[in-house]
Design a protein around this ligand. Structure first.
Ligand SMILES: [Zn+2]
Length: 114
């Protein structure tokens, strides 16, 4: 996941037994408990914005320069729901595109934009 994010690509897992996509990654499929989970790497993941909020305070020092931050819950078309940073302020129910990147601390994060 980190390698894909470093390349600007989005990675999620798909179960080889039942076909379900899952995010965040797990050692086993959360639907059928199969350990036959494979990475699926995409340029981006389409989804729908379910909810959003504006973060005005963070205990994480790396986020403070960027406050206020807009965060959203996005239902990916593949099925899972992911927490994403929002670019702009898409309306609830709007179609968004989710892309992955590494933040300044080297952690994979997701950005969603209309
Ligand atoms: Zn499964």
């Amino acid at each position: 996941m980190r390698a894909a994010a470093a390349a600007g690509r989005f990675a999620l897992q798909r179960c080889g037994a039942c076909g379900r996509a899952q995010y965040p990654p797990r050692a086993f499929c959360t639907a059928c408990l199969s350990d036959n989970v494979e990475w699926e790497v995409l340029a981006f993941a389409p989804g729908t914005l379910l909810a959003r909020c504006r973060l005005h305070h963070s205990n994480a020092l790396r986020f403070r320069p960027a406050l206020p931050l807009d965060l959203g819950l996005v239902r990916l078309d593949a099925g899972p729901v992911a927490v994403c940073f929002l670019a702009g302020v898409p309306a609830i129910g709007a179609g968004v595109t989710v892309r992955a990147r590494l933040d300044v601390a080297g952690h994979p994060v997701l950005d969603a934009a209309a």
